[in-house]
Write a protein that binds this ligand. Structure first.
Ligand code: KG4
Ligand code: ZN
Length: 341
């Protein structure tokens, strides 16, 4: 690179992870510190927004200090400070935004606000140095299920989205019904390995008018009905079979939609992103489908799939290079749309 290196401190606090990272030139992660609140929220079976905000306040300074120390960087070495400003829990987002603004003001550093989903997509740039737009990205997280055409850095077209539950939400709700606790995704992933994915025929929703949209509420209800039916008939529930069959139903729909989008767009590159992208069965099924169809498949390591700040630093670098700067009036936007600024 001829130009000067760009060093960005990135902050992420949109949900239940307090995270900070130092990223060089968008793709080199110098540090990636994540303080998870999962153990705390487990007690309540899900994320409690008020508790999340308070915990972010307690942790954020320490997490940033650790990220700077691990990167061997001081605030004076930075070129910009980046932060997730939406979508997410408003109180949680505000902690990161206020912190980033304070650093930006104190150190006279440019401030770059980042869309959380743009961060998830950009996680793919970290380990795939050759990946450049255009490509198709399937974003599957706890709050979002989007099929996105990445036209260029920072330019997105949403081809399809969920009409009801997000994929991760479906994992979490089904896990709760089986009695696995929160967060459900990783627990179903693990339990499903011991089960038969063809044991129970759960439905795969198809929306006639939009081949790229998703719906998972019917599948979730089918699992709940199945469990209730077993209980009423006093039949034993083989939990691993329920987990495996549910996971296969979700995976088939995600793979089918993604393949269709790649083929119809005339592209040959597919990436996946978001917490659910760390699911073993999904990664395997997507890889197989891509191989069969001559499509190049990209996926971040699991640590960059679930919420982290390195992905925010990667996204921020390209926004920074496009000239995006936010003022000290930057606010948290809980329902921020992808591509909005
Ligand atoms: O991206 P993420 O960390 O946060 C949001 O932006 O929502 O995603 C969290 C979601 C949760 O619903 C969690 O259950 C799910 O990702 N998840 C998984 C796995 N790991 C996390 N779902 C399926 N399999 C996994 N291994
Ligand atoms: Zn996320």
């Amino acid at each position: 690179m001829d130009e000067k290196d760009i060093l960005i401190l990135a902050i992420e606090s949109s949900c239940d992870e307090t995270a900070a990272a130092v990223v060089k030139n968008g793709r080199e992660v110098l540090s990636n510190v994540i303080s998870s609140q999962i153990e705390l929220h487990k007690l309540y079976g899900g994320v409690v927004p008020e508790i999340a905000s308070r915990k972010h306040i307690e942790k954020i300074n320490q997490v940033i200090e650790e990220a700077l120390a691990a990167a061997g960087t001081g605030l004076d070495d930075l070129d910009a400070v980046a932060v997730t400003y939406g979508p997410g829990l408003v109180g949680a987002l505000l902690v990161g935004v206020a912190e980033a603004k304070a650093i930006s003001y104190a150190k006279k550093l440019p401030l770059v606000g980042v869309h959380h989903i743009e961060g998830h997509i950009s996680a793919n740039y970290i380990e795939n140095k050759d990946l450049e737009p255009p490509f198709i990205c399937l974003v599957v997280s706890g709050g979002h299920t989007h099929l996105v055409r990445v036209k260029d850095y920072g330019e997105y077209e949403i081809l399809g989205r969920t009409r009801d539950d997000a994929a991760g939400e479906a994992f979490d709700k089904v896990a709760r019904a089986i009695g696995l606790g929160y967060p459900g995704g990783p627990k179903i992933d693990r339990l499903a390995r011991e089960g038969n994915p063809d044991a129970i025929a759960f439905p795969r929703a198809k929306l006639e008018d939009s081949p790229y949209d998703f719906s998972f509420s019917g599948l979730k209800s089918a699992v709940l009905n199945y469990l209730n039916g077993c209980r009423m008939k006093n039949e034993p529930v083989v939990e691993a079979d329920v987990a495996a069959s549910f996971q296969k139903a979700v995976t088939e729909v995600l793979v089918g939609h993604a393949m269709l989008a790649v083929k119809e767009s005339g592209m040959n590159k597919l990436a996946i992103a978001g917490g659910v992208a760390s699911n073993g069965a999904l990664r395997q099924a997507m890889e197989t489908a891509c191989m069969e169809n001559g499509i190049r498949f990209y996926r971040p390591s699991p640590i960059f799939c679930t919420d982290n700040a390195a992905m925010i630093g990667a996204a921020a670098y390209y926004e920074f290079r496009r000239g995006v700067r936010h003022g000290l009036d930057l606010n948290a936007v809980p329902n921020l749309k992808l591509g909005e600024r």
